[in-house]
Design a protein around this ligand. Sequence first.
Ligand code: CP3
Length: 347
Amino acid sequence: MPSSDAPLLRALRGDRPDRTPVWFMRQAGRSLPEYRELRVGTRMLDACLTPDLAAEITLQPVRRHGVDAAIFFSDIVIPLRLAGIAVEIEPGRGPVFADPVRTVADVDRITAIDPEEVTAAAGPIREAVRIVTAELGDTPLIGFAGAPFTLAAYLVEGGPSKEHLRARAMMHAEPASWTRLADWLARVSAAFLRAQVEAGAAAVQLFDSWAGSLAPAVYRRHAMPHARRALEGVDAPRIHFGVGAGPFLADLRLEGLADAVGVDWRVPLDEAAAILGPDTTVQGNVDPALLGAPIDVLLAHVDDVLARGRAARAHIFNLGHGVPPETDPDVLSRIVAHVHAQDASRA
Ligand code: CP3
């Protein structure tokens, strides 16, 4: 069990621990040679559902980089797989569904599945979380899920898309079906989050990676209420992350339900802090594009992110989106050491 003094958990409460907590979205994965070696011969979603393997992959970046949190190795589409939906991750592409959910009849078919099926099938998730938290000791594990809109962007299209036009169109053409689908996805993600927290995850993050394709008013009406529902019943501190959500960043607070808001690389953290106000911790936001820059250029950017982060009540250091697969992992270790070497206290 991590103590409540763990820097990540203190920052989520709004404290400023002596050192700024740091972890990286997608810290587990292809940037690590030890990950690539373990994954040979196992499909992505099968790896997620093999407890020893998922646990080991979760722990790899913690051992290597000395980050202040582990993020559970899984995927946003895992709860859909647990609900019995045919989905695979195509390498280099992303989630692909055998039967996209495009018509009213498709929505009827899928929402007839009881979201509690996810809870019933979550044994391998609970087992992996138990292995990880036993090994982690004082380091907290972050559980996660996909926000309903981002999940729908894949499910309605049937696979990755640039503008998520089919999901966005459903909101307007079939608003009642959209609401049923998004509400169902919220229940599915909530069940996935609860399984992780009950097994030992100390905090959760909701990923709304494609929120930026929505206009602010559309986000507020058709996405935000469902994101709220996904996080509502979870008994742990909550981080809410969106990509491209600058035009409606304040909405990511979910009216105070989120303890921290994850900010992408486009919004400077001091501006984000002004928008989010005094009751929200900020998380972010090194531009992943700088990870391959000369080290002095990168560390100057890291210092700028830290300085701007001081405008918020508390700061969890991270990237503005996930670690690109081609990243040199030694660069991530350098960033952790550099952030930890700075005095983060208020004085
Ligand atoms: O280290 C971590 O952050 C934990 C693990 C994690 C994965 N996926 C592992 C993964 C997390 C938090 C996710 C969330 C996820 N999955 C998101 C939201 C975060 C984001 O990046 O915006 C999204 C949109 C997905 C859907 C998804 N899964 C995509 C787009 C891909 C990439 C496909 C590819 O090959 O480029 C995946 C596969 C995936 N999920 C990998 C990993 C490590 C790569 C699998 C591999 O090794 O081939």
